[in-house]
Write a new protein. Structure first.
Lengths: 363, 314
């Protein structure tokens, strides 16, 4: 058997002897010349050699027995390979070595596996879990959240109380089939927008009201926003964001800040696309609300057209970034669904009432 | 008198492999693998650090660190759970108590964590078979910490410089390598001046000075540290400078940035290379004759469970 050059430590001090190691199946023999020139031999029983895992084979320390351990240092890669092959019971390959040994293919496998796992979680498992949690949130909590969000913006909002009352009157003429106590607000600001807060709060800006030409558009808008509330979209969105962030924090506990920032931005992008599917749901379910109330479904389509005029929208190359499915798309699928509806103006009994209020709101 | 340099033999690519595998396993186990990942990382770093042609060794085991990890998790999970339960049942008083508990525990767990982490790390580190050790007393450290914290609060943070220095002085001065004793005697006032100067100069130079400030901090720590063994002495020198840190840190920044984080392993390797490669121990201590003095570190007893805290895990 081969003779391996090692440094031997007796465990009592940092003094070492330059020694030779010879190995046999059951024992290792370490020989060196001591200070007085006499040959010393240490016999190590293989059974009592401490188990080691070798990661990169260029330097190895092997310990023997119990505290304070005798030990030998080996720095020849060839010798280390030899020992590893000859004594697998001592030098086990641990899980990390499995990948490291395979070189590039192991690495790529590791990267692919992690990527796949993360992707799976992100796209399927997390949203499901987050939605489930969102569903369990009691109505009262959602109301509290919506209320506090609303009051925190109150001073900014410039709520017009007369018009808000009118809007609520308008809404009374539509059956939204909602479990929530719906409360509508009009803000004086010349912004072309509207939004829904958890728990039943809807805010519509005067700018958007001014843009509308027919009252069905307003009906369509309210239907869309109420669907967001009924289907707990905002709440679900919030939970999903939270869950994503938690997931990332857990798995990235050891990675540096730059990766973190990048992943967070990726999170933001995927949040946008999530909203797009929710917006589509709000569009289509909203259409159903109109249909149920026998209101002209054209309303939603016209609403989209007004929005399109206002903001020409992103060119299709940038589609990935926008939060609302591009208005063209929305108009397309709304038109498709609307053709299935048999609208008859005469069956819309509340139309006159709504029209009156609509005109008041537009002033 | 001798001067012996430290060196770092690690390679960026090898570290990268370790980090990737760590990442994979941590992701798959939803974070539970973290203790083992940390250990694998430390084993590599220590194992690639060399002094007088012998490498350091880290013998920590994932299982040991995991215990502490679980305990921390349970403690915090328990208190936070209590807090959320109080909110859910709308008992505001209990929620207030829970918050206070969270605050107190976070504040006061720190000295225990420091003690535990040091004791664990040092006991699991060897050089030429000689174990490092930490001989500090947990209660003493806690008292030092509580006093320092209190004084820092009532002085609106000013005492903080002395506080932090006192902790460092205490902990480092209780570190051993066999019969070599470490000592650290820094002055809080010097520390304060260094930092105030560093801060203002950094502001004025739009951040450029920060690299020199970093070097000054390193020099401060190193120059106040001494090693003693049976009447022999040694000191630590680091031949780094502000310019070197500039190159190191800016380079690292771009490496990590342009590789979207994948280059971290190379950044870490550069850092260790730079700092360790420029560090030396100078003095008349005979490192070829250090005696083994530390006890075997047994982990059975209940109260030692706290000693498995690794502060970085928190």
């Amino acid at each position: 058997m081969a003779e391996i050059r090692v440094k031997y430590y007796d465990g009592k001090s940092s003094k070492f002897e330059l020694a030779k190691l010879q190995t046999a199946a059951q024992i290792w023999i370490i020989s060196f010349q001591d200070g007085e020139g006499f040959l010393q031999q240490k016999i190590w029983k293989v059974a009592d050699i401490n188990r080691e895992s070798i990661t990169f084979g260029e330097n190895l320390t092997v310990k023997y027995g119990s505290f304070p351990y005798e030990s030998i240092e080996i720095d020849s890669p060839k010798a280390i390979d030899y020992l590893q092959d000859s004594f697998p019971q001592i030098f086990s390959a641990k899980e990390i070595s499995f990948f490291l040994r395979k070189g590039w293919s192991g690495l790529l496998a590791a990267i692919a596996l992690s990527g796949g796992f993360i992707f799976l979680f992100y796209k399927y498992i997390i949203p499901e879990v987050a939605y489930a949690f969102a569903e369990t949130l009691p109505k009262e909590y959602e109301e509290k959240i919506g209320e506090s969000l609303l009051t925190s913006q109150n001073w900014l909002l410039e709520v017009d109380s007369t018009k808000s009352k009118a809007l609520n009157q308008y809404a009374k003429n539509i059956d939204f089939n909602s479990n929530y106590r719906l409360r509508f607000y009009v803000s004086n600001e010349d912004i072309v927008n509207a939004y829904a807060l958890p728990g039943g709060f809807v805010v519509v800006y005067q700018g958007l009201l001014n843009k509308m030409k027919t009252e069905e558009e307003l009906a369509g808008l309210l239907a869309h926003e109420v669907i967001h509330i009924n289907n707990k979209h905002t709440t679900k969105s919030m939970f999903k964001s939270l869950a994503n962030y938690l997931f990332i924090s857990i798995i990235l506990s050891d990675i540096n800040a730059v990766s973190n920032i990048i992943i967070e931005n990726t999170n933001a992008v995927s949040n946008l696309s999530f909203s797009r599917s929710l917006e589509k749901e709000a569009d289509l379910d909203g259409l159903e609300v109109l249909q149920r109330n026998r209101i002209n479904p054209e309303g939603m389509i016209l609403l989209m057209k007004r929005l399109k005029e206002e903001a020409p929208g992103l060119p299709s190359q940038m589609k990935f970034l926008s939060s609302h499915p591009l208005t063209e798309e929305r108009i397309a699928y709304l038109k498709k669904e609307a053709t299935k509806i048999d609208y008859q103006k005469s069956k819309d009994l509340k139309k006159e009432k709504r029209e009156q209020i609509f005109h008041f709101l537009k002033q | 008198m001798q001067e012996n340099y430290l060196s770092y033999r690690g390679k960026g690519f090898d570290l990268f492999k370790i980090l990737i595998v760590n990442f994979l396993l941590t992701v798959i186990t939803l974070g539970l693998y973290y203790p083992w990942a940390k250990i694998a990382y430390l084993r590599y770093l220590y194992g690639q650090t060399e002094f007088k042609e012998s490498r350091f060794q880290f013998h920590g085991l994932g299982q040991e660190v995991f215990k502490g990890f679980i305990i921390v998790f349970l403690i915090f999970g328990g208190v936070y759970g209590f807090y959320f339960w109080a909110i859910y049942t709308q008992t505001i008083d209990l929620a207030g108590i829970a918050l206070l508990l969270i605050f107190l525990i976070t504040m006061f767990i720190i000295p225990f964590a420091i003690h535990g982490a040091l004791r664990y790390r040092m006991s699991r580190t060897t050089w030429r078979g000689i174990h490092f050790g930490y001989r500090g007393d947990r209660n003493e450290l806690f008292r030092l910490y509580a006093k320092g914290l209190f004084l820092s609060i009532i002085t609106f943070g000013i005492y903080g410089f002395w506080f932090v220095t006192s902790i460092r002085n205490y902990t480092i001065s209780h570190i051993r390598l066999g019969d070599v004793k470490f000592q650290h005697h820094a002055d809080g006032a010097d520390f304060m001046i260094l930092n105030i100067k560093g801060y203002f100069l950094t502001l004025i130079t739009f951040g450029i000075y920060s690299f020199w400030w970093t070097n000054e901090l390193l020099q401060f720590y190193v120059q106040n540290t001494r090693l003693y063994k049976n009447g022999q002495k040694a000191r630590i020198n680091t031949y780094t400078d502000g310019g070197g840190f500039f190159g190191l840190l800016v380079g690292n920044f771009f490496i990590v940035l342009f590789t979207l984080g994948l280059g971290s392993a190379w950044a870490i390797t550069r850092t260790f290379n730079y700092i360790l490669g420029n560090s030396s121990i100078e003095g008349d201590i005979d490192f070829d004759n250090i005696a083994q003095t530390e006890q075997e570190y047994k982990d059975a007893a209940g109260e030692d469970l706290l000693d498995f805290f690794d502060f970085d895990l928190i």
